[in-house]
Design a protein around this ligand. Structure first.
Ligand SMILES: Cc1cc2nc3c(=O)[nH]c(=O)nc-3n(C[C@H](O)[C@H](O)[C@H](O)COP(=O)(O)O)c2cc1C
Length: 396
């Protein structure tokens, strides 16, 4: 999800039990030629182009993060994917985004109307990459047209297909058409199919799988509202989740305004009186103070924040402030960039059933960055993906 699913959000979802996290759509040309900068203290990896952090990641998510590409060209797609291949677990082609900036460039949902191009991109990626390739689509109104497309997509050799169970013109408020997935699953017996649309509770996961036969499910708004949706033990309170997110944001030097934005999306309570100080905060120190994290900020955060802000900051245009107080002009700029989707990466998330077959191990580094004991290894739909004959294996 653009704006919401930045690095700290993805790390938090993984900590709570998500098996895989997707970045937001990042446009091919925006990552090609970016400089990879590693912050030695935090381990955070930034792909910087011009004055923009195009993509930010950390080794602790490497085994679980799928890089989502916005592209309309096979060669550019491969060049972009190659640029990040060493830092991610898979590459996903976005064929579902209906937004104007995407379809106008022949990307996103436009690719569904140009299956030759769509499949040429996937084939190029499958042949050229050493990591798995996945694809995310919507459905057509017409069932046969949808089945024809998914057959062609499956034949490219991808290792999983995500289906957002809405058509291109459907609004998010309209009920996702889970019933449309059943045929697709039956049509593709060898390919893991991930259901997306209207997963808001853990209980929805099993219901979705029972009703459709989907291998696993992906949630966007459900996780944005409360990332602890992934916890087998149940959701946490707004304050608990906010504190955990803030700690990760500080550790990874996430852009302050982005952190605040995520927090304000998370729970209705964060807009209430009890979160007033948070709402008024204009920098990490104030935010941490508001959440009882003053000591944490002083000991853990302050050095990392200043260290990591340097590479991008030096390249920033005059007046742009990455951290702390941000002027209205800068805030507007940040908002525009983020709405354009290529600047701030975000995630869609896969929840698996508890009984999935293979266990994936969290990277040891994650212990340090998450600052807590690692949870038991997350079971994953990766098992099913690995079993598909045509699939390349996700690192597990
Ligand atoms: C704020 C926001 C940002 C999104 N960004 C992306 C994106 O970058 N790539 C993508 O494939 N889908 C994106 N989506 C669509 C979601 O991934 C998902 O397909 C859609 O919201 C339906 O799932 P849900 O019912 O779980 O929210 C975004 C959705 C939202 C609400």
């Amino acid at each position: 999800m653009v704006r919401v699913g930045t690095l700290p959000f993805r790390l938090l979802c993984l900590e709570y039990g998500a098996d895989l996290v997707w970045t937001s759509e990042i446009i091919d040309k925006s990552i090609i030629g970016a400089t990879r900068v590693v912050d030695e203290k935090s381990g955070v990896i930034s792909y910087i182009k011009g004055d923009k952090d195009v993509f930010t990641t950390h080794p602790s998510e490497k085994e679980k993060v799928v890089f989502q590409l916005g592209t309309a060209d096979p060669d550019l797609a491969l060049a972009a994917a190659k640029a990040v291949e060493g830092d991610v677990s898979g590459v996903d082609l976005n064929c579902g985004c209906p937004k104007k900036f995407s379809v106008a460039g022949g990307m996103g949902a436009a690719l569904m109307s140009d299956p030759d191009r769509l499949c040429a991109i996937l084939e190029k990626l499958v042949q050229g990459l050493d990591i798995p390739v996945t694809c995310k689509i919507r459905v057509f109104d017409d069932v046969d047209q949808t089945l024809h497309l998914v057959r062609r997509i499956a034949a490219t050799g991808i290792c999983a297909l995500t289906v957002h169970c809405r058509t291109k013109v459907m609004r998010p408020s309209e009920k996702a058409m889970w019933h449309r997935l059943k045929d697709i699953v039956e049509e593709l017996p060898d390919l893991p199919v991930i259901l997306n649309g209207d997963i808001f509770e853990r209980s929805d996961v099993q219901r979705a799988r029972d009703e459709t036969g989907a291998t696993s499910v992906m949630t966007a708004r459900g996780a944005a509202a409360n990332p602890s949706i992934f916890r087998a033990e149940g959701k946490l309170s707004a304050m608990e989740t906010a504190v955990a997110l803030t700690k990760l944001a500080v550790q990874t030097s996430n852009v302050f305004l982005n952190t605040k934005y995520i927090l304000l999306q998370m729970h209705p309570e964060t807009k209430s009186k009890s979160f007033e100080i948070l709402n008024k905060s204009r920098r990490y120190k104030e935010m941490c103070d508001a959440m009882g994290l003053s000591e944490y900020y002083e000991t853990e955060g302050i050095h990392l924040i200043h260290e990591r802000s340097e590479p991008a900051k030096t390249k920033n245009k005059p007046g742009r402030v990455r951290l702390g107080a941000v002027s209205t002009a800068n805030k507007r700029k940040l908002d525009e960039e983020q709405d354009g989707s290529s600047v701030v990466q975000s995630a869609n998330l896969v929840i698996s059933e508890q009984s999935a077959k293979v266990e994936t191990k969290l990277d040891v580094d994650q212990k340090s960055i998450l600052g807590s004991e690692t949870k038991p290894p997350a079971s994953a739909e990766i098992a099913d993906i690995a079993e598909a004959p045509a699939a390349k294996r996700l690192k597990a």
